[in-house]
Design a protein around this ligand. Structure first.
Ligand SMILES: [Zn+2]
Length: 257
């Protein structure tokens, strides 16, 4: 939290940058500086037996005052550029293994890939694309009556996607990771981070976690969320004679939420 009387510092304050390979343009990103509060190692073990060690990082000075954490995995300092995943909290998917979405497998995939590469999972307390747990459950009830995941949010008086990544940018600046590889197919994440002074050197697609119960959800996300990489993964998965990729037929390449 901000210390009273402490003058806010700004990082990436109206930064003027040349974007390589493109015409010069003004990149504005005003991000109030956050600081690391504590780093604590936590050994992780997932339901399938995969284990690794995360250094969990907490922060002070995040603008939305939510208790977001970063999981430092592998050796980000040794990686050329840290690989970063912005994961929005999903109690039903992450903890209980809900089959309505792909959040649990997305998180599991990200932890292993980032451990190998070196980087961070930012675990953001933005349940239900920012509408909260109870409203997400209400939205599920509307989906069971035929609305898709975006229209259900709109029917509840929310925007289709309420997530704001200012705190994520603050966390990355505090971690010294202002130039990253982003593990995501969601174009909004990279666009918001870019406006907040984070350079996305490369966007890496995540795997497709398709099941019988989340297929409609993923198709809606691809179509209405502008997730072009997810769209292509779903098209490839629908081809009957496709050769399995290196990750096997159940993982074809894409992201979430
Ligand atoms: Zn979920």
């Amino acid at each position: 939290m901000a210390v009273p009387g402490d003058r806010p510092r700004h990082v990436a304050d109206v930064a003027r940058k040349l974007v390589p390979g493109r015409r010069a343009r003004l990149v504005t990103g005003t991000v109030r500086a956050a600081a690391i509060r504590r780093r604590i190692p936590i050994p992780l073990r997932f339901g399938d037996g995969y284990s690794t060690v995360a250094t969990v990082v907490s922060f002070t000075g995040l603008t939305d005052a939510q208790q977001h954490v970063a999981l430092e995995l592998g050796r980000p300092a040794a990686a050329g550029l840290p690989l970063v995943r912005l994961h929005s909290e999903c109690l039903t998917g992450d903890v209980f293994g809900s089959q309505r979405c792909d959040c649990g497998p997305q998180l599991r995939e990200a932890v292993e890939r980032i451990t190998r590469h070196g980087g961070y999972v930012l675990y953001l307390r933005q349940e239900g694309r920012g509408i909260g747990l109870y409203d997400k459950l209400d939205a599920y009830a509307l989906q069971d009556r035929g609305l898709d995941t975006y229209d259900a949010n709109l029917a509840l008086g929310h925007r289709a996607d309420e997530r704001d990544y200012t705190s994520a940018a603050q966390m990355l600046h505090a971690l010294g990771a202002s130039r990253i590889e982003l593990l995501s197919n969601n174009p909004d994440k990279g666009a918001q981070l870019g406006r907040l002074g984070i350079t996305i050197a490369r966007q890496v697609p995540t795997a497709l976690h398709l099941t019988g119960t989340n297929a409609a959800y993923l198709a809606t996300k691809a179509r209405r969320g502008g997730h072009d990489l997810l769209s292509r993964s779903l098209e490839r998965a629908a081809e009957p004679h496709r050769q399995p990729g290196p990750l096997g037929p159940a993982h074809v390449g894409t992201e979430g939420r």
